[in-house]
Write a protein that binds this ligand. Structure first.
Ligand code: BG6
Length: 499
């Protein structure tokens, strides 16, 4: 397959490495990791001498590879591969059979690692449930696989990273017994998205934005991720997590730090992360008496999406009929510093909403005076919208004159897509795998960042603990109790995608 390379993507090719995947038979591997590795290889970003080592049990290597092939066909139909190409790809793969609890598994893994071009580099990707992270780290450390004398050794930890502050601290401490912090890559796939990275480039390479990027010009900011899918097959995880943990504590708060941070002194992992953590430290704590006014939680009931009937959350397989888990959440944050004092940052997300849209809306203050005194059609507050997906790009909403002998105002939207039809937007996992292999931790969360974000969220979790009931919204509708009130003092209110 490497020979079929037709297009070289922008980016540094990786060093050759052993790419070890724990949980190599699982869904994440089939849906995301494998397609990303295949694409990276095809466009020359993954070193062709790299090795992909799957650690799993209960299957032969032949069965494992067959399931990967099946996964590629069902989840990534855009990757076409004939038998010959597939055979060439599988020549790069090998399997280590074993139980993650057994020391022998790590010894076998150690023997399976290859020295390629004089270095025995290894990336260990934990695509397993969180209760295995520390077992794997200790297993690797016990057989000396965390030692970097022969090559780099990096571990990738998936979310959720803890379920609250205390569990995140415990996890950090335990991982740091086996790995140095510089070897730990806590993945948040939102940070690998093109638009999220582009936010930094827009902010820090265009001088016209900086003077406006503060409380003097910005009314409020909305960071959202609306999804039309439900919880799919993940009731077991989602019942314990809910939307606040699943999307706000990780993805959307990370995006908030990028929107709000000061310019770093240089574009290096620690300089960027130092600025991000200052934002988290400046977030005003949620006081128990304000949580009711500053948050909204709701759960989807039965409804219809795209003309198809959709069942209620409580009717999903594995969900308790009396469950009060939130599938929609909104929270209003304040960042108490000179730049952002008094500007609400409203983060919201939900499942089974009418459309899948994720965006960052920077809503500016309204014009101070209406010169064009047109009744019922005054100029509206401008907005700069970073579309995370779909249709990645940026748009600026301005007021313009309606054509003709009038000064009536109409909305004019200037759009700048990030890619034209010939361009290729890489999947977040391609970006992040590539960064791990190149040792660039800029887009990964540091231990202190994760703990700080849990510290902010913990009071909300505590306030919601033992809640017995929750508002319902109809699947496929934007009618969510409490949302209009959450935006009462925000210019133009809740920005529902497509409205
Ligand atoms: C995951 C959440 O981290 O992100 C899911 O666990 C969610 O619940 C997903 O659906 C959304 O990611 P994306 O890339 O599809 O927006």
């Amino acid at each position: 397959m490497p020979e079929t390379t037709t297009k070289r993507c922008l980016g540094e090719p990786t060093e050759p490495a052993n790419i070890v995947i724990f949980g190599a038979g699982g869904d994440l591997t089939r849906r995301k990791l494998l397609p990303s590795l295949v694409k990276m290889l095809r466009c020359g970003l993954l070193h062709p001498k790299s090795r992909i080592i799957g650690v799993l049990k209960g299957r032969s290597e032949e069965e494992w590879l067959a399931s990967l092939y099946q996964g590629l066909r069902s989840f990534s139909p855009d990757i076409s591969m004939n038998d010959e190409q597939w055979n060439r790809f599988t020549a790069m793969c090998k399997m280590v059979a074993g139980d993650l609890k057994e020391a022998s598994t790590y010894t076998a893994l150690s023997e399976a690692l290859e020295t390629i071009e004089g270095r025995c580099n290894a990336m260990f990707y934990c695509a397993v449930p969180p209760n295995w992270y520390t077992t794997i780290a200790a297993g690797l450390s016990n057989v000396g696989l965390t030692n970097e004398s022969a090559g780099f050794r990096r571990v990738v930890i998936e979310k959720p990273f803890g379920m609250d502050l205390e569990s995140a601290r415990v996890l950090n401490n335990e991982l740091q017994l086996s790995f140095d912090e510089s070897q730990i890559y806590r993945i948040d796939h939102y940070l690998g998205k093109e638009s999220v990275q582009n936010l930094l480039v827009y902010r820090f390479s265009n001088s016209i934005l900086e003077p406006l990027w503060n409380r003097n010009f910005i009314d409020h900011i909305q960071i959202s991720a609306a999804e039309s899918i439900g919880i799919e097959y993940r009731a077991n995880y989602y019942e314990k997590s809910g939307a606040l943990r699943d999307m706000i504590q990780s993805h959307l708060m990370q995006v908030m730090t990028l929107v709000a941070m000061e310019p770093p002194v240089e574009f290096t992992a620690d300089a960027v992360r130092d600025e991000k953590i200052k934002v988290l430290r400046a977030v005003r704590p949620f006081e128990p008496e304000n949580i009711k006014n500053q948050t909204v939680a709701a759960q989807y009931g039965a409804g219809e999406i795209d003309g198809e009937p959709v069942k209620a959350y409580v009717a999903e397989e594995g969900v308790a009929p009396e469950s009060a888990t939130e599938t929609f959440v909104a929270a209003r944050f304040y960042i108490d510093n000179w730049r952002w004092q008094g500007v609400p940052f409203v983060l919201w997300t939900g499942k089974r909403l009418p459309r899948r849209v994720s965006e960052i809306v920077i809503r500016f203050r309204k014009p101070p005076f209406n010169l064009f005194d047109v009744e019922g059609n005054p100029p509206l507050a401008n907005a700069l919208v970073f579309r995370v997906h779909p249709d990645e790009g940026i748009s600026l909403r301005m007021n313009a004159k309606q054509p003709g002998l009038t000064t009536d105002i109409q909305r004019s939207v200037m759009r700048a897509p990030y890619s034209d039809e010939s361009g290729d937007i890489a999947d977040a996992y391609e970006v992040l795998l590539h960064d791990v292999l190149n040792g660039d931790a800029t887009l990964f969360s540091r231990a202190d960042e994760v703990e700080e974000s849990w510290e902010i969220i913990d009071p909300i979790l505590k306030a919601w603990e033992n809640k017995l009931s929750i508002h319902r919204y109809q699947a496929g509708s934007w009618d969510i109790e409490g949302m209009d009130e959450l935006f009462t003092d925000c210019e133009l209110g809740w920005h529902k995608p497509g409205h």
